[in-house]
Design a protein around this ligand. Structure first.
Ligand SMILES: [Zn+2]
Length: 55
């Protein structure tokens, strides 16, 4: 087996109905990520560590 380092290529950036930014990215190996970023200016707390890439 060879080591593989995922390369995240952003496929799309959309806004959810709640105003969040939804980022869909994938690696050429087929792995995909879906990240959501809270809408700015909502005062919902500084959750800057929302990069939950546990998959
Ligand atoms: Zn990969």
């Amino acid at each position: 087996m060879t080591m593989h380092v995922h390369v995240r290529l952003i496929q799309s950036l959309t806004a959810s109905e709640h105003g969040e930014l939804v980022e869909f990215s994938s690696c050429r190996c087929g792995a995909t990520w879906l990240n959501t970023y809270p809408a700015e200016g909502t005062g919902a707390g500084a959750d800057t560590d929302a990069d939950a890439d546990t998959e």
